[in-house]
Design a protein around this ligand. Structure first.
Ligand SMILES: Cc1cc2nc3c(=O)[nH]c(=O)nc-3n(C[C@H](O)[C@H](O)[C@H](O)COP(=O)(O)O)c2cc1C
Length: 364
């Protein structure tokens, strides 16, 4: 199969997206001008930066690289509601999909519904409400739903308590989709040369996104798609085509990125789309939609094992010694230039399997 034969179109909120990639809320969608710039790339759908009533000034600095591939931010929209209405008006004539995102945290449920109605007149493709307080979010959806005909979705904060119950109530209130998740925080990182926090916010704290948070998102999307029969957008730590596949397998219809394009430029969307096509074509997967929920099906048939032990394929092993170094049981042994596992010492933890650069070790 050729990469261009792979179907990447997905249905989300009643829209047929050209691919499952989303640029979600952040500085890259912080104004009409920035949104139009991003639209030149292979992005299936975009979300405005969180719209608040008043413009905010984020104390400097408010974005910093953290570790090798993650990001800290303490960044709020520097344009307010009135300006966003003008920007959305300017974006009315467009050939890409756009969701207007309301930073519900900063307003009452009633104000959020008022904002949503006003925004809906500018014809974005959908409206999203983002909140950390589940009770407030539910109230906001209940007030907004009867006033807005556009698709309405919510974006959840990390670690939402009573997830199943909250989701059920949100579905009853009429949401059309769920996004997970916002950056994780508040968290703190410190510059060890100065002792100062890396963020300039009042208490120095910020929010973490990028690769460090991906396993949290994967679990979250897996859980959400167990509880609701609505399209889910997975965002948090995604940086590659393989990550898009992983998110799809745990139930995502759309997969977002913010930290990665901030660190490496918007062309990462074009690269990820191309790599995604190649990855699926190599595996003869004609349609990305066929992978959705695969993990749920595999988990249902998974058997708990206690007797698997590491086995080295001598034809692949280069005796690099990595498995010897990481094994706390000292099970691998180098004998005459080749490495073997002492089966009676191995406890089947799997660490050697995961570090072997040759993929020469399996658990059997
Ligand atoms: C600098 C920055 C600003 C952000 N601003 C918003 C925002 O205004 N509203 C919102 O819901 N999420 C915001 N986010 C969160 C992202 O939309 C996304 O949910 C999160 O960063 C996880 O994705 P990532 O790991 O790909 O960055 C922001 C993220 C970053 C890095």
């Amino acid at each position: 199969m050729q990469p261009d034969e792979v179907n990447l179109t997905v249905d989300f909120l009643g829209l047929r997206l050209p691919n499952p990639l989303a640029l979600t809320e952040g500085p890259l969608t912080g104004s009409a001008e920035r949104i139009r710039r991003a639209a030149a790339h292979s992005i299936g759908i975009m979300f405005t930066k969180g719209i608040r009533p008043q413009p905010a000034t984020s104390p400097n600095p408010f974005i910093a690289k953290s570790g090798r591939r993650s990001l800290m931010n303490a960044d709020w929209s520097d344009i307010g509601f009135e300006q966003w209405l003008l920007d959305l008006e300017e974006l009315r004539d467009r050939d890409f999909f756009l969701v207007a995102s309301i930073a519900k945290n900063y307003v009452t449920p009633q104000q959020a519904a008022d904002m949503a109605e006003e925004i809906a007149r500018r014809r974005p493709d959908a409206i999203s409400l983002v909140d950390y307080d589940p009770a407030d979010l539910i109230r906001a959806v209940k007030l907004t739903r009867p006033r807005v005909k556009l698709p309405l979705m919510v974006k959840l904060c990390p670690f939402m308590p009573r997830l199943e119950e909250v989701l059920k109530t949100l579905v009853e209130a009429g949401i059309d989709g769920v996004a997970a998740m916002d950056s994780i925080g508040p968290v703190l990182t410190v510059d060890i040369e100065t002792g100062l926090p890396t963020m300039g916010s009042a208490d120095g704290s910020g929010y973490l996104s990028g690769e460090a948070i991906k396993p949290v998102t994967v679990k979250y999307v897996y859980e959400i798609s167990r509880f609701v029969n609505l399209p889910v957008l997975g965002v948090g730590g995604v940086s590659s085509a393989e990550d898009v596949v992983e998110m799809t397998m745990v139930g995502a219809t759309v997969v977002g990125m913010v930290a990665k394009p901030l660190l490496q430029g918007l062309q990462v969307f074009d690269q990820v789309e191309e790599k995604l096509r190649e990855h699926l074509a190599r595996r003869n997967v004609a349609d990305i939609n066929s992978l959705r929920g695969l993990t749920h099906r595999r988990v249902a048939e998974m058997q708990t094992r206690y007797d698997a032990r590491a086995v080295i394929d001598a034809t692949q092993c280069t005796s690099c010694g990595l498995c010897v170094r990481v094994c706390f049981q000292q099970a691998p042994l180098e004998v005459d230039g080749s490495t073997q596992i002492q089966r009676d010492r191995c406890v089947g933890c799997g660490l050697c399997v995961s570090v072997c650069p040759q993929k020469a070790i399996t658990l059997r």
